[in-house]
Design a protein around this ligand. Structure first.
Ligand SMILES: *Cc1c(COP(=O)(O)O)cnc(C)c1O
Length: 401
C-alpha cells in the first residue's frame, strides 16, 4: 500500500513537470564535443552547429590533450580505486593541484570530482555556527547546497545588488558573526553577467569579510591569460577563495577544485567531505587537465576568436530584433519568456541545424525562459553566420521577431 502511494506520487510529479512544459529530454551525440557535432535521432545522424557547450576555448577534443590522456592511461592506469588520503594520490594529482594554484596565483589547490563537490565541501570545514555566509541570489545550485551543508548562518542578497549586500553584512555583524564570507559566482551562467568584484571586495574590506568566487564560467577564457574574473575585474588576490571546474574551458572532462591560501587548502584536505569520502580523479583526466591548463594559459589566440564570435553573434541577433541580455562574456541569452516558447524555438533551430538548449524553470525563474547560447573558439565565422540566419528564419516562422 505504502509503495503504491509512493509510485503514484512519483508519477504525479512527472506528469506535472510534463504539463508545465518543463520536461527535459536529452539528445544523443555520436562522436566528440566540438563546434560541429553529430546528433543521433530516429531519422539518423546529422551534423549541427553547437551553441550550447561550455567548451569556450574549444579544448574538449584537442589532440594534445587527448594524447596526454592516452599516455597517462599507459603510465598511470585507468583508475585509482581509492580516495586521495588512503592510496589515491599520484604524482599527477599533485602536479595538477600545483599547476592550478600557480595559474590562479594561490598557495595551493585541492581537487574534487566536480566543482559541484568543491562547492559542496568548501564551506563546512571553514565555517561554524558562529559564522555567516552571504550569498548572491543567483549563485549556482552547488553553492546553495554547500551553504546548506554548513552550520553557518545564511544571508542572501539580490543578484548584484551591492546595497543589499552591505545591509546583509551589517545584519551579520549585528547578529555577532565571527567570520563573514561573501560567496558569488564570477560569471552568472544563466545571464552571462560578471559579478561586481570591485564593489564586493571593497565591501569585504570595509566589513572585514572573506570573499569566495566560483569561477566555473570564467577560468581559462576570461581575464588576462584566462585567469578568470579576479583578473578581469582587476581585484586579483583580493579574492580569498576561488572554486572552479575542469569540466568547462579547461578541457571539459570533469573535476573541480578550490584554490586558496595554504592553511585553507590544508584544512579542506583534512575535513572536506566530498574530498575525504569520494574517489580520486581518474589519471587520464588529471593528465589531460594538466595539458589543458598548459594550453589555456597561452591561448590568447583562442580567447580573441571567442570574443570576436561573441561580438558578431550578438550584433547579428540584435539586428534581427531578438531581445538579448547585455554583456561581455561568451554567454549570450536570447530571452523568450515562456518555457514552451523556448522549447519550440530550440526545436525549430534544431530543424535548421543549430543545436541550442532552452532554459526554463527551475533553472531560471518562471517567465524568464530563454535560449542560452554560448560561443566557442571551436566555431568558425561561417558557423556563426549560419546560426544567425537560422535564428532569424526560426524567429520569423514562430512569429517571435
Ligand atoms: C558548471 C558549474 C558548476 C559545477 O561544475 P562541475 O565541475 O560540472 O560540477 C559549479 N558552479 C558553477 C557556477 C558552474 O557553472
Amino acid at each position: 500500500m505504502t509503495a503504491s502511494i509512493f509510485f503514484a506520487h512519483v508519477d504525479r510529479v512527472l506528469s506535472e513537470i510534463e504539463s508545465e512544459g518543463l520536461y527535459k529530454r536529452e539528445r544523443s551525440i555520436s562522436g566528440p564535443q566540438g563546434g560541429r557535432i553529430n546528433t543521433v535521432s530516429a531519422v539518423g545522424t546529422r551534423e549541427v552547429i553547437n551553441l550550447c557547450a561550455n567548451n569556450y576555448l574549444g579544448l574538449a577534443n584537442h589532440p594534445e590533450i587527448v594524447a596526454a590522456a592516452k599516455t597517462a592511461l599507459d603510465e598511470f592506469g585507468f583508475g585509482m580505486a581509492s580516495v586521495r588520503f588512503i592510496c589515491g594520490t599520484q604524482t599527477l594529482h599533485r602536479d595538477l593541484e600545483r599547476m592550478i594554484a600557480h595559474y590562479l596565483s594561490k598557495d595551493d589547490a585541492i581537487l574534487f570530482a566536480a566543482c559541484f563537490d568543491a562547492n559542496g565541501g568548501v564551506f563546512d570545514p571553514l565555517l561554524g555556527e558562529e559564522d555567516a555566509i552571504i550569498s548572491d541570489s543567483l549563485n549556482h545550485a552547488s553553492i546553495i547546497d554547500g551553504a546548506r551543508l554548513c552550520k553557518a548562518r545564511r544571508y542572501r542578497f539580490a543578484n548584484g545588488d551591492m546595497n543589499e549586500l552591505e545591509d546583509r553584512l551589517k545584519e551579520a555583524d549585528a547578529a555577532g558573526a565571527r567570520v563573514k564570507m561573501i560567496a558569488t559566482d564570477g560569471v552568472f551562467s544563466m545571464d552571462g553577467y560578471v559579478a561586481n568584484l570591485v564593489a564586493i571586495c571593497d565591501l569585504a574590506d570595509r566589513y572585514s569579510a572573506v570573499v569566495m568566487v566560483d569561477d566555473c564560467h570564467a577560468t581559462g577564457h576570461l581575464g588576462e591569460r584566462g585567469q578568470g574574473t579576479p583578473t578581469l575585474t582587476g581585484v586579483g588576490q583580493r579574492v580569498d577563495i576561488v572554486t572552479g571546474t575542469l569540466g568547462k574551458s579547461l578541457g571539459g572532462a570533469m573535476g573541480g577544485f578550490v584554490a586558496a591560501s595554504q592553511s585553507v587548502i590544508d584544512l579542506l584536505r583534512q575535513r572536506a567531505r566530498p574530498y575525504l569520502f569520494s574517489n580520486s580523479l581518474a589519471p587520464a583526466v588529471a593528465a589531460g587537465s594538466v595539458k589543458a591548463i598548459e594550453i589555456a594559459q597561452k591561448a590568447d589566440d583562442r580567447r580573441r576568436v571567442l570574443a570576436l564570435h561573441a561580438e558578431r553573434f550578438r550584433a547579428g541577433l540584435a539586428k534581427a530584433g531578438f531581445e538579448l541580455l547585455p554583456g561581455q562574456t561568451p554567454i549570450i541569452p536570447v530571452m523568450l519568456g515562456d518555457a514552451k516558447c523556448a522549447q519550440k524555438m530550440a526545436a525549430a533551430l534544431d530543424e535548421r541545424g543549430v543545436y541550442v538548449a532552452g532554459f526554463f524553470y527551475p533553472v531560471v525563474p518562471k517567465g524568464r525562459a530563454r535560449i542560452r547560447t554560448q560561443m566557442s573558439a571551436a566555431l568558425t565565422e561561417t558557423d556563426i553566420d549560419f546560426a544567425i540566419d537560422a535564428f532569424k528564419d526560426a524567429g520569423v516562422t514562430l512569429g517571435l521577431i
